[in-house]
Design a protein around this ligand. Sequence first.
Ligand code: ADP
Length: 541
Amino acid sequence: MQGQMMHRPLRIADILTFAEDSHKTSEVISRTVEGDLNRITYPDMAARARQMAKALIALDISLGDRVATLAWNGYRHLELYYAISGIGAVCHTINPRLSPEQMLYIIGHAEDRLLFLDLTFVPLVEKLAPQLPKTLRFVVMTARAHMPDSPLDLLCYEDLLTAQDPHYAWPEFPEDTASGLCYTSGTTGHPKGALYSHRSTVLHTMLCAISLRDCLQPGRKILPVVPLFHVNAWGLPYAAPLTGASLVMPGPRLDGASLWDLMNDEQVFSAWGVPTVWLGLLAEIKQRGAKPVGFGEVIIGGSAAPRSMIDAFERMDVSVCHAWGMTEMSPVGTVGHLPPSMDDHPLEQRVDVKAKQGRRCFGVDLKIVDEAGAALPHDGQASGELYVRGNSIVSGYFANPEATAQALDPDGWFGTGDVASIDADGFLTITDRAKDLIKSGGEWISSLDVENMAMSHPGIANCAVIAVPHPKWDERPLMVAVAAEDIPPKKSDILSHLAQYLAKWQLPDDIVFVDTLPLTATGKVSKLTLRQEYADHALPA
Ligand code: ADP
């Protein structure tokens, strides 16, 4: 027997309309590329999104067309998330840190018709223009007064928007209509596109609102350092308007001092981003001797949060929530809140559990499997490749049948490429990315484990452990580290520190000190670059 309830298609635009009705005073505060601080309420933003929707239609954009953005975190970028998807077109966010070749590839692969760009990226687009499709048109996300002189035919965002009135009814279409497109950075081969739908996005938004409810509340201020140009800024562009949380958008300035100032001025409660960003903020807090006023929570994901970082934040009364996910999962998969039974546990124990990657969100199923694909127990011991299933997880890659065929197991679960264990309480521990594990003499060494322990040494500011080819053991670990002070600690000190936690064969064969570690387009330490750079590194005998 079928239920007798209405079936209304889930639509992204309804989230902003809800914010317009219910969260009238919540704001989006943006540090703009032009230099000023812009403040806009959700009702005003909803009106502007409708104007931009009409402007897109006037530019002949319709259902299914791909419209690209190349922009920092700011209010116009957020308006585009709603305007583009709202008319049934596809919002294709481009990561500006990709190489020019990768950018050209994805713009061609997506067949983008329009490209919205921040002023910052005008020189880049001018350089790429000769190789871009002749039909692609450009809109600069600024007002007329800031429009640059350019050999390109550039449209002006505010001119397009103000030419329209805000009276517009969002159209209806099936809820599985494509809404957004984001390419993974593709450490090997071409980038692959995750194509989201209205249904997957609205369900993911509700998943975020439930799972991250400490900060997703009316009036709370959240700072997304995680970019709108990658992984949907971890769902915030939708979850904040839905719940009435205000957003503080940092624009292009993401160094520790700029973040500290903005957070302090705006009294940001919760800040979201990858560990490398928080290293900068922690150094700034240390230097100024105080955390920004009102700072109470940090959401860390994208790569493993070192235990020492979690400890440092918790000791200054900033609650850490360690989350895991990926582009292909919209992206949130697990979230690291502790159960209330741990409220009065000592800090040490709480930090131990917070260093794990959290528990699954409602709507995300997890399984770990052995090399034959057989499911392994959730006992905290067994470790295997992590597979996921759910309504906000891709069922394939955009226009890429080969990658799609490789992505799913015979039962339709998506292979994450991560190696993990899951304990009896449901806490996930990511051991490594499968390709970053180090295989020494037939045994696996988790690079994340060694890094985590090394980061708790006061002489080490940041580090990465990679596999270097070895004639006898196949691979041996090499640590590439950034020292915390001008004079690096002695290698023997680091090794004896590590020996407290690790077996002898798990210790790095060598430690190399560098000024900085190379980063990927998504701000994570690039182990691929390091592996290439140190492939011929001579390990001490
Ligand atoms: P990219 O690889 O382009 O940065 P994603 O942001 O989608 O794209 O990366 C997802 C991957 O990042 C995951 O598969 C996992 O390897 C890693 N990751 C994400 N969050 C965490 C975390 N909290 N701990 C460890 N690894 C993480």
